[in-house]
Design a protein around this ligand. Structure first.
Ligand code: ARG
Length: 460
């Protein structure tokens, strides 16, 4: 195996130990970031005269060629390398010869790996941020199309009150916006250059960390070298943000599974996102949504795995930290896949308006409207609640609709219960009038839709 160490050792490393300690199988994907960081480092070494300008130029050119080949997919990880850093170092030796040995000046793999991971988290974090934004755009388009549709809103998964379907969909946008905020917050805190911390204590060579920070677009330089090489908070935070994000996706997925099932029948999935059964020819299953719902288990597990790796770990670097990568990569891959699946599902979702109309005929959905009708007639909230409770009980016992009740029968419940109460049983009016800020009413909803239109088109 090619290594960045060895002369101190009188014995060769045990083969099995070599295999089991290697990280190349999973950290090879950090190669583009490793090279990007190395280019900035080599440039700084030249400018500060830690190495000669000529050597710095040779290193930068060689690394540039490797960068190109990586981007073109022309390089396969060398199984003899111990990790991504060793692999790139080996490639550089092939490109530029002995001068490659100068690249590692004033650098350790301990600060290098943190840099690679920060660059990775930043790049993937940005992709996830824009992925969430475009999912919000897809959901918003549906909310705009369906702004007239009224459905039953549920509490305890029992029918509660009429709401606009759009209002329900905008709830998803709020959840997703908080997820964006959490990702942005953790990217902001991670915005510190780790390189230059070296193994744990900095270096006596006259490096310029601020120059490297500028080249790699970091706002700040990390303040304490020992903290820098031990710190994986940015990964914990990122994985934590992805936990809540995947939790939100799982709740959205569950709503859609319920809505599109035969029992609710409120919506239809596009056939292109359903899968079949090997035994039951009629089945059309919502597998993508179930995978999104189930994915949360992995995402939570990845977060917890890293927390446990870090717990009680002494400062500074220990090899335990190598176990941070697979949970990180797995959560990123899963979440990006889920974003694509949810976008496809929402794009093809068709609402069954006739079914929504049938469901919103249930008079029980209007109990609060009746209470508010009575309050407007002067009853106290308590009195209005009691009258309405007795009325609904009567209707359900006799299996009769409100519209068939006589003026006298209504009066029997309360003199305030005049026949115009029957006009209350109207889904559009019921949902439309709840205009308290943040409510489902026409004006509140119109305001929210306009705000989201601005946000999703980048104007807010
Ligand atoms: N593969 C290592 C990791 O993932 C890279 C850093 C190795 N540093 C060391 N001193 N062995 O953490």
């Amino acid at each position: 195996m090619t290594k960045l160490w060895g002369t101190r050792f009188g014995k060769k490393t045990n083969r099995r130990i070599e295999e089991l300690t290697s990280s190349l199988a999973f950290d090879a994907r950090l190669a583009p970031y490793d090279v990007e960081g190395s280019i900035a480092h080599a440039q700084m070494l030249g400018k500060t005269r830690v190495i000669s300008r000529a050597d710095s130029d040779r290193l930068v050119k060689g690394l540039g060629r490797i960068q190109k080949k990586l981007a073109q997919g022309r390089l396969r990880p060398d199984p003899r390398a111990e990790d991504v850093h060793t692999w790139i170092q080996g490639l550089l030796e092939k490109e530029v010869g002995r001068v490659a040995g100068r690249l590692h000046t004033a650098r350790s793999r301990n600060d290098q790996i943190v840099l690679d991971e920060k660059l990775y988290v930043r790049a993937e974090g940005q992709k996830i941020l824009s992925g969430i934004r475009s999912l919000q755009g897809v959901i918003l388009a549906l909310a705009q199309r369906e702004r007239k549709t009224v459905i039953p809103g549920y509490t305890h998964l029992r029918r509660a009150q009429c709401v606009r379907l759009s209002h329900h969909l905008l709830a998803y946008l709020e959840m997703l916006e908080r997820d964006r905020g959490r990702v942005q917050g953790c990217l902001g805190r991670a915005d510190e250059l780790p390189l230059g911390a070296c193994a744990l204590s900095g270096t006596a060579l006259p490096i310029d960390r601020h120059q490297v920070a500028r080249a790699l677009k970091f706002t700040r330089v990390s303040a304490n070298s020992m903290d820098t090489v031990s710190d994986r908070d940015f990964i914990v935070e990122f994985l934590g943000a992805l936990c809540l994000f995947s939790l939100h996706l799982s709740r959205m997925a569950e709503d859609l599974i319920l809505w599109t099932g035969e029992e609710f029948g409120l919506a239809l999935l596009d056939e292109s996102v359903e899968t079949g059964s090997s035994i039951m020819p009629h089945k059309m299953n919502p597998d993508p949504l179930e995978l999104v719902r189930g994915m949360t288990g992995r995402i939570f597990g990845n977060h917890l795995a890293l927390l446990v790796v870090l717990k009680g770990l002494p400062l500074t670097y220990s090899r335990d930290l190598q176990h941070d990568k697979e949970p990180l990569f797995d959560s990123v891959d899963q979440v990006k896949g889920a974003l694509d699946m949810m976008a496809q599902v929402f794009k093809g979702l068709r609402i069954r308006h006739a079914r929504a109309r049938v469901l919103t005929q249930d008079e029980a959905l209007y109990s609060v409207d009746i209470v508010e009708f009575l309050i407007r007639k002067g009853l106290s909230y308590r009195e209005a609640h009691d009258v309405t409770g007795r009325l609904i009980r009567h209707l359900s016992q006799h299996g009769k609709p409100l519209r068939d009740m006589s003026k006298e029968a209504l009066r029997g419940f309360s003199p305030a219960l005049t026949p115009d109460v029957k006009g209350i049983i109207n889904p559009v009016l019921s949902a439309g009038r709840r205009n308290s800020f943040g409510g489902t009413g026409d004006r509140s909803l119109g305001h929210a839709l306009r705000l989201w239109k601005k946000r999703c088109s980048g104007h807010a």
